[in-house]
Write a protein that binds this ligand. Structure first.
Ligand code: KG4
Ligand code: ZN
Length: 348
């Protein structure tokens, strides 16, 4: 497999990594969490400016840590869609410039393709076909991966993404930003059976429920109503935060696991690959492992640090693309939206 240097700046992490044969030779991540925490969420303009300020230092560190000369790098990649356009442009422009200066192939990578390939970095033999449960701040998708670039969307969220639901409920419980890790932490001492919340079934026009789609806005509203009721009864300072967090978290995990297992069985896929920030959730990991084991299915999770945004996963996806001959034109632009099923458009 080719050796690839990749840059990821789609949201609030400036990241550069060098990957060879599914092995991370170096990985530098400059998190902007502290900057955005003050605002309770990512501020796009602030994110772009901070990427500009940190990208060169991350590049220097990744190159120094790998101890590789430029001649050993086979390709240079950057996330080009979807994401915050101003933020994406910083990494994309840096990658194009390096590709031009060092005369290397350039590849724009779809961010979700990166999340799909994060699990490759901990398993040398993992290969399609498999079902990917992709759960991040912006997406909740069940994707049939037939091969690199061959994706079929089987399930999605109708409203909030799983990570978005974690972030909104965390704000409601005043647990801060980012919400997912805060809820995961608070739930450790809570009772997941304390409150019954709806798990977000999606009705179909002809009757019944969609087998794979999810909806988290009703769940979020149910938590809000319960918080309002408890606040009236007990006062805002006496809310059972741990029980609320655990009950919410277990509901999200159950909802995702039921749909994933059903989809894998229907599709006759025996391997499930999880990815995205929410794949770091301890309850989701436990429930999916248990449900998969019960049915003789294999499930792969990326290591915790590779669930949330990083450049190693982008480099890994780029290596797969480069190996099959894909190249992006230097005229490639950043795009705030692009369906994963259109990712092949990024290559000439
Ligand atoms: O994949 P990611 O880093 O960025 C996007 O591409 O969106 O995902 C970020 C999301 C955030 O919503 C964050 O709250 C959530 O992943 N997250 C978690 C956990 N760690 C991060 N959600 C639940 N449990 C976690 N441990
Ligand atoms: Zn992401």
């Amino acid at each position: 497999m080719p050796t690839v240097l990749a840059i990821e700046t789609s949201c609030d992490e400036t990241a550069v990594a060098i990957v060879k044969d599914r092995e991370i030779l170096s990985s530098a991540v400059a998190s902007q969490v502290a900057t955005h925490q003050v605002y309770g969420g990512v501020v796009p303009e602030v994110a772009s400016r901070q990427h500009l300020e940190t990208v060169n230092a991350c590049l220097d560190r990744a190159i120094a840590d790998s101890a590789l000369p430029w001649s050993a790098i086979d390709g240079i990649a950057a996330t080009c869609a979807p994401g915050l356009v101003g933020a994406l442009l910083v990494g994309l422009t840096a990658a194009k410039t390096l590709a031009m200066v060092h005369d290397k192939p350039f590849l724009g990578i779809h961010h979700l393709e990166g999340h799909i390939y994060a699990s490759y970095l901990s398993d040398r033999h993992l290969a399609p076909p498999f079902l990917c449960l992709l759960v991040s701040g912006g997406h909740t998708s069940l994707i049939r991966v037939a091969a690199c670039g061959e994706y079929q969307m089987l399930g999605r969220t109708r409203d909030d993404a799983a990570g978005e639901a974690f972030d909104k409920v965390a704000r409601l419980l005043q647990l801060g930003y980012p919400g997912g890790p805060a809820i995961d932490q608070a739930a450790r001492t809570g009772n997941p059976q304390a409150f019954a919340f709806p798990d977000g079934k999606v009705s179909q026009p002809g009757g019944g429920y969609h087998p794979y789609d999810s909806s988290f806005s009703g769940l979020k509203t149910a938590v809000l109503r319960r918080v309002q009721q408890l606040t009236t009864e007990r006062g805002a300072n006496h809310l059972p935060i741990a029980d609320l967090a655990a009950s919410f978290q277990t509901t999200v995990a159950r909802s995702l696991v039921q749909r994933t297992i059903r989809c894998a069985s229907d599709q006759q896929l025996t391997t499930i690959v999880a990815g995205g920030g929410v794949a770091a959730n301890s309850e989701l990991r436990a429930q999916l492992q248990a449900a998969a084991a019960e049915r003789g299915l294999r499930v792969h999770f990326p290591p915790l640090r590779l669930c949330t945004d990083n450049a190693a996963m982008i480099a890994c996806a780029a290596a797969e693309r480069l190996a099959r001959g894909d190249r992006s034109p230097l005229s490639l632009n950043a795009r705030s939206r692009l369906p994963l099923t259109d990712a092949n458009q990024l290559y000439a």
